[in-house]
Design a protein. Structure first.
Length: 245
């Protein structure tokens, strides 16, 4: 998987397990209830998904090339040249996200990569504190912040989240990897809270980007978001929609 990810392929692990009909019926009843609740719906759904996905047997893995749209690199370079801060929120593995970051010219060889991938709250705090010292003491260097979804789980907490924004402010680019749709929304909401003077723009191409798009001041839905089974509902959530930017 790491070899595939390093060359920019999107990976998917396949696994299976056998459960009885009674076990499934009991789980499915709780899952349907979670889907219908109005309070903490996504959290309850994710908890039940994690519950059913334990103790599985590995079947294999797939890797596909997800080509960028034409002129993505030039578009991102133009946005950055105007002073716009570009944050990429993706479900990809760190290695894949970094490779794509270079492909779309979000990252460059001149950038010093700051990777936050802590597995505990203490590790995340320590990494962010160290990162703040590095970026604040280096005037002539350019930095890129790469943070994992697992680290973001702790980093989004109110006593830690300002550190993420401070580090991100000192970086030319920010990439959040292995993030859930809920975390995408949380990152946008975090920036809005910590930087009330900033205007946020979210661009997404899938149903898992809708929450993020809704959370931003301006939301743009492109490409495959227009062709999902829920396209009509999804388009009601965006300020601008089109096949491409």
């Amino acid at each position: 998987l790491e070899k595939y990810a390093v060359i920019g392929l999107r990976t998917l692990v396949l696994a299976k397990k056998t459960i009885s009909q009674a076990e499934f019926d009991a789980w499915n009843k709780r899952y349907l209830g979670a889907c219908a609740t109005l309070v903490n719906r996504e959290e309850k759904m994710m908890d039940l998904q994690e519950e059913i996905e334990k103790g599985m047997n590995l079947v294999g893995a797939t890797a596909i090339e997800d080509k960028l749209q034409d002129q993505v690199g030039g578009t991102i370079a133009t946005l950055k040249a105007t002073g716009i801060k570009v944050w990429v929120l993706t479900g990809d593995k760190i290695e894949t996200a970094i490779n794509i970051g270079f492909s779309c010219k979000l990252l460059s060889n001149e950038d010093e990569q700051i990777v936050i991938d802590g597995k505990t709250e203490e590790e995340v705090i320590t990494s962010l504190d160290n990162a703040l010292k590095v970026v604040s003491s280096s005037i002539d260097k350019s930095f890129a912040l790469i943070i994992s979804g697992e680290a973001l789980h702790y980093g989004i907490r109110h006593h830690i989240s300002p550190k993420i924004v401070k580090v991100g402010d000192c970086c030319r680019a920010v990439i959040a990897c292995r993030v859930s749709p809920k975390q995408k929304q949380e990152v946008v909401s975090l920036v809005r809270k910590e930087k009330p003077q900033a205007i946020t723009l979210a661009i997404g191409d899938g149903a898992n980007d809708v929450n993020m798009i809704v959370a931003a001041h301006v939301g743009i839905g492109i490409n495959c978001l227009l062709y999902t089974s829920d396209a009509a509902d999804d388009l009601l959530c965006v300020d601008l929609g089109g096949p491409r930017i």
